[in-house]
Design a binder for this molecule. Sequence first.
Ligand code: ADP
Ligand code: MG
Length: 392
Amino acid sequence: TLRRSAAGSLPLSKDDAGVPGRVRVAVRLRPRNQEELVEDADFADCVELQPELKRLRLRKNNWDFDTYEFDEVLTEFASQRRVYEVVAKPVVESVLEGYNGTVMAYGQTGTGKTHTLGRLGEEDTSARGIMVRSMEDILASISPQTDSLSVSYLQLYMETIQDLLDPANDNIAIVEDPKTGDVSVPGATSVDIRDEHSFMELLRIGEAHRIAANTKLNTESSRSHAILMVHIRKSVVQTGAETSSSSQLGKSFKPLVRKGKLVVVDLAGSERMHKSGSEGHVLEETKSINLSLSALGKCINALAENSTHVPVRDSKLTRLLKDSFGGTARTSLVVTIGPSPRHRGETASTILFGQRAMKVENMLKIKEEFDYRGLSRKLEMQLDAVIAENER
Ligand code: ADP
Ligand code: MG
């Protein structure tokens, strides 16, 4: 007799099968730097971490703390490998299964966003950040014969998207597929990646162009968002179970292409900029940067409160992240903080941003050119009919 489970062979990962996943949020503390070690030697850190309890305590005064829980609490001793494993690896695995995956770093300038995401680790491979480690894992699990892998690297500055792989291409449009809701940037340079070496070279070129662009515009890279987009097309081999249940229903199946997208976002520094004394370009810039980051904050709030209106249209950043954040994606956020009591205010606001993001639920949905979900619903209905027939 047929059992109901025959139709349940969707390629979902165990923990996510059909259930909404929440945005995962980790907090990472960087060690004190030389200046803080010397100048703040008499002052205690503004936070205390309890990694085994996944708790962070933010100092209110000498004896009192506020306590916050995160999905993961990474101390100043956490290795780059461990950070990759808790923050990005589950996202990369989902992307290889056909989801949209996003990894973002949020925090004050100087707290370790780029260290966490973008470190190349050329001199010391243990220092490699999330971008390079993700690519290592992706390359290890795709087949050069049947799969394809391409990368774009962008900078978003003052509501303009620039191509970090082609500086002349400095006003890239965001395109949204009206049917699927997929967001893409077809105008951006897309480079096929064959090996780790070519990927590192691409990151180096992007970084050099970022520095040059910022010098020309007389700004700092901490004021722009860097966005790495990785597209994977993986052909999927049908399993025996699927073939047998389908042949029972007299259907023939073509091989599937599973498309995954990984977006890694090194956000602009979250620090509030001083408005006093800002004029002209600087004032405009202050507004624009606050626009994208504050739009992100507003979307997170709306998603966290299950609000029916999520203002994704309000900024380029949120439009670009529309299919990465909320909706169909698997998203991981790392909020970076420094230990210095001097930055307690910024640290507190970063922690609150992370806390709000923890409330955002993502409905997972696999994307395949072939409508797997629709097919499986049809199969399920047909099976239900057959089972009902048998039970009569
Ligand atoms: P951001 O990108 O947030 O502005 P960076 O990643 O550039 O910050 O980090 C600022 C400085 O602190 C860099 O010199 C970086 O190497 C160092 N740093 C950041 N996080 C860590 C860490 N976890 N361990 C050691 N050094 C770190
Ligand atoms: Mg940085």
